[in-house]
Ligand binder design. Structure first.
Ligand code: GAP
Length: 489
């Protein structure tokens, strides 16, 4: 990371904390590694991102329905899905620092370093070596690559490495109070399995016809060994997943369709298209025959935000085999029973949250010849802004607060509104800019006479005088979900 991008990333983290978006978990006890809490602004933003996803999936598509499955599932679920045996990362320990690393990430960091130093050929060759070793599941080769490229431990600076070993990422716990009756259960590492095991329930009770989808938003847990880059890689995080059930043989058509649909969804939020790219997997996960990531250009480089997988009939067939229950669909159009194929879209809500912060945080220089000035603004798309408008009485006296509260009381039925009477008006505008509020409504002496207010627009900072009675329409038009959803139609 260059100094400039490093500073920008640090700014995002400190801004997120200072304005109540994200706090380290249990901070009074010095935090818990790779676990974060969302504050008063963060949880509003997160809820809005969930609403955008849910509306775009469930509300806009008559053949997609949503569910909310439990985090705990029967332990055989994870045997059937392949997670007990195959959900591993290749890990290597440094014997001097006693620190553990993901072997592939150490190598990827080296590739980044070669690229930054202009050694493009070396970077390309190393990427190919890494891809070959990962595809072949060759742990010995991974260690050899680390040694050949003189990769050292960032803490000890030595090359005193152990062999590369596989490390399972699932958290396990016990269910049942008595030791003798306790059963080992896992905290789900993906929400997808809650959908697969409910395939028949939903298909039958909803009378769903293929192609159809089941969507879900929920927590997932992974014992990530290398947890870094703020909310990018957490041990407890949230996923928004769609499993789209289709006729076998049509999967590549649906895979391409969902790839395009999902990128469009991201771009509708207003990000520059050059900040997104697709990255095809060289070695798709054990359940997929094709996989691509949608990557966003974070300050620390392009990284995965969402994965799209063609999961074939792997999961349903596995559950059919392990549960001994027939999981099939009768397709009346071709008069055949089959186990449906699946195309999955899976987005990490926390990573999406980070893209939105990175994309919206702007520091603007407002200096004039007379004085230096600047402001920090979160230029969120208005539909996802945590607070839609702030109502600000010009002074704390002469009945202005009462009038402001009267206006606020009407607006809060429709929108999340803040009231603020502390400090000079300019300072209050800045506070609202910093949390991304699209409108500031100022109540002044003229309001008492003619019931008009000034409304200030966050991005242009322009102010206009409007009747208080028009506020609901003015705000409603700009913050409407339609502005996002219409772009997807
Ligand atoms: N059901 C498929 C699945 O779970 P994945 O690529 O492992 O696929 C999907 O995860 C998405 O979940 C990723 O694109 C990422 O946004 C998010 N994600 C995965 N691990 C994460 C972690 N440790 N912290 C935050 N988000 C994570």
């Amino acid at each position: 990371m260059s100094k400039q991008t490093d500073d920008f990333f640090k700014n995002i983290i400190s801004h997120a904390k200072e304005y109540g978006f994200v706090f380290p978990s249990s901070e009074i006890y010095d935090g818990l590694s790779a676990v974060y809490d969302y504050g008063q602004m963060g949880s509003e933003l997160k809820n809005n991102l969930k609403t955008y996803w849910w509306k775009s999936m469930v509300q806009l598509n008559e053949n997609i329905v949503g569910i909310d499955a439990a985090i705990f599932m029967h332990p055989t679920t994870w045997k059937a899905s392949g997670h007990v045996d195959g959900f591993n990362d290749p890990m290597i320990d440094n014997k001097d620092s006693k620190k553990r690393y993901r072997a592939d990430q150490l190598i990827e960091d080296k590739i980044d370093r070669y690229e930054k130093d202009g050694k493009t050929d070396k970077a390309t060759r190393l990427q190919k070596d890494l891809d070959d070793a990962i595809t072949a599941d060759d742990l010995v080769r991974l260690k050899a690559i680390i040694e050949e490229h003189h990769i050292v431990c960032p803490i000890s600076g030595t090359k005193n490495w152990t062999d590369v070993r596989q490390f399972n990422l699932m958290f396990a716990t016990q269910m049942g109070a008595m030791a003798e009756e306790a059963e080992k259960v896992y905290l789900r590492p993906e929400t997808a399995q809650g959908i697969f095991v409910n395939f028949l329930n939903v298909q039958k009770t909803g009378r769903m016809k293929i192609p159809f989808g089941i969507a879900q938003i929920g927590k997932a847990f992974r014992n990530e060994v290398i947890a870094r880059q703020f909310i990018m890689r957490m041990r407890e995080f949230e996923q928004m997943e769609l499993q789209f059930f289709i006729r076998p043989g049509t999967e590549m058509e649906w895979y391409e369709k969902w790839k395009a649909t999902r990128l469009k969804w991201h771009l509708a939020l207003g990000a520059d298209a050059t900040k997104y790219r697709y990255h095809d997997h060289v070695k798709p996960a054990h359940y997929a025959n094709a996989a691509v990531d949608i990557e966003y250009q974070f300050p620390f480089g392009f990284k995965e935000v969402e994965g799209i997988h063609s999961r074939t009939d792997f999961d349903l067939k596995q559950h059919q085999e392990y549960s001994k229950k027939k999981i099939q669909y009768f397709d009346p159009e071709i008069n055949q029973n089959y186990v449906p194929y699946v195309v999955e879209t899976s987005i990490g809500l926390d990573r999406l949250f980070l893209t939105v912060l990175a994309n919206s945080l702007v520091e603007e220089d407002l200096s004039t010849e007379e004085k230096k000035d600047s402001r920090v603004v979160l230029k969120f798309h208005p539909a996802i802004a945590p607070v839609k408008a702030a109502v600000l009485p010009l002074t704390k006296k002469d009945g202005l607060p009462d009038k402001a509260r009267e206006i606020m009381t009407k607006l809060k039925l429709d929108f999340n509104i803040q009231y603020d009477e502390k400090d000079a008006i300019g300072k209050r505008y800045r506070r609202q800019d910093a949390i991304g509020t699209p409108f500031c409504i100022t109540v002044d002496y003229q309001t008492l006479e003619d019931n008009t207010v000034t409304i200030r627009h966050r991005d242009s900072m322009e102010q206009e005088r409007v009747p208080a009675a028009d506020l609901r329409n003015i705000i409603g038009e700009l913050v409407s979900w339609n502005n996002l959803l219409e772009q997807l139609m």
